[in-house]
Design a protein around this ligand. Structure first.
Ligand SMILES: [Zn+2]
Length: 412
């Protein structure tokens, strides 16, 4: 579906905030997953659901990593179509690999054909802003987000006072600077989930902090006089799984496998791996790894399951590895000690994430069926009355969340 201006409830001065929480709040009501129920009260998220729309859950794209999944939210495209296929920039020729933060500053990693919604909105006359959201720092076809805050290299993503300051900044941008659309990212409960595990007290405390922050945000929206104009979406990029410490996958111990046969490797990053075997060694490496561990899946690029929408991109290496939920892939040395991890199959329930929306465009007290995150982009474009770029989702999926246009309120 294309642009339908007449669908908008508020034709003028529509403000929009998309908030993204780093990693997910565990699904409170996922059927058949009672072992994951966390004993955390989330009164503010519950109130938000009562006042707006809640999805049973949202399915992220694969691989379930931060930068790739955020770029899917911003573009409506699967990873193989937007090209941000990992948190790390890498060059298979030189072997150079750069971490998450450094990769944020490399425009060529992000700007490879798919425009994020900020740029599309700006080209159509809107003003956008972003705080700490993955992809914010890059330039796209020489354009960039109008107002941005990029965190320093050493940044405490968990500080509740910082979170409130960011929310105050957002309110100022919406009111004093008249912005139309802002994305805001919080790096929790991701960090505590990695460090202490998804079922830890520390992560439960962080979920309570996230809930308080949602309460503060909605309070500031009311105090700023934006409640009748601002549509708010709270979602995240992926879930979190407890890492199993027994029967681990160690490539260095696989019989007949040697790193001497490998030209380039991106391993030790949770459950995902990329390998470039040396010339003439692909079949050998493939066959020894293929049967190395029952929880390890090894594919040639062309044979990677199509449902992941991941492998059909020039940045993907000839061999791909992924492991089942709970298992991470260890390479030359054991360097991964996280208790919680993501990156797993996006069909695994623990990778699913939340979606909540509230505001004048949304129905009240509606719970909708699960949907894929590629569909969020079309919804954002609809809320902003902008024409979307080509994407992999559909507005039809989220349209039932929206109120019907009312006479005298629509543009048409
Ligand atoms: Zn993470």
């Amino acid at each position: 579906m294309g642009h339908q201006a007449g669908q908008m409830l508020l034709p003028l001065g529509l403000l929009f905030a998309a908030l993204s929480l780093g990693s997910c709040i565990p699904l409170q009501r996922a059927p058949g997953r009672s072992k994951l129920l966390l004993d955390v009260d989330t009164p503010n998220l519950d109130t938000m659901a009562a006042d707006g729309v809640k999805a049973k859950y949202m399915s992220p794209a694969f691989i379930t990593l931060t930068s790739p999944c955020h770029f899917t939210l911003l573009t409506g495209r699967y990873l193989e179509n937007h090209g941000v296929i990992h948190n790390m920039w890498f060059d298979t020729k030189t072997g150079v690999k750069l971490p998450y933060y450094t990769t944020q500053g490399i425009s060529s990693w992000w700007d490879n054909g798919s425009l994020p919604i900020w740029i599309t909105a700006q080209r159509q006359g809107l003003k956008t802003g972003s705080i700490h959201f993955p992809g914010t720092k890059a330039k796209y076809q020489k354009e960039e987000v109008y107002k941005k805050l990029v965190e320093p290299a050493l940044f405490n993503y968990s500080n509740e006072t910082n979170w409130r300051q960011s929310i105050d900044t957002v309110m100022e941008w919406f009111t004093a600077d008249n912005l139309d659309f802002i994305t805001l990212y919080f790096g929790e409960p991701d960090s505590s989930g990695h460090k202490f595990g998804p079922e830890s007290t520390q992560r439960k405390n962080m979920i309570a902090q996230v809930d308080r922050t949602v309460g503060y945000l909605r309070q500031r929206i009311r105090e700023s006089g934006l409640e009748s104009k601002l549509n708010l979406i709270i979602t995240s990029d992926h879930g979190m799984e407890t890492v199993l410490k027994t029967d681990e996958i160690h490539l260095r111990t696989v019989s007949n496998f040697t790193f001497k046969d490998i030209d380039f490797e991106l391993l030790d990053y949770g459950p995902n791996g990329l390998l470039v075997p040396k010339e003439g060694k692909l079949e050998h490496v493939y066959s020894v790894l293929k049967s190395a561990h029952p929880k390890l899946h090894v594919y040639k690029k062309e044979e990677f399951p199509k449902r992941f929408h991941y492998a059909n991109h020039s940045r993907i290496t000839p061999l791909l590895l992924y492991s089942d939920p709970g298992y991470v892939i260890h390479g030359r040395y054991k360097v991964q000690f996280n208790k919680g991890e993501h990156g797993f199959d996006n069909e695994a329930m623990n990778m699913k994430t939340i979606f909540r929306a509230v505001g004048p465009a949304f129905k009240k007290g509606l719970e909708v069926e699960p949907f894929e995150s590629v569909n969020v982009y079309a919804l954002l474009c609809e809320l902003l009355s902008i024409t979307p770029e080509p994407h992999d989702g559909s507005l039809e999926v989220t349209k039932p969340m929206l109120r019907e246009p009312t006479d005298g309120h629509g543009l048409g």
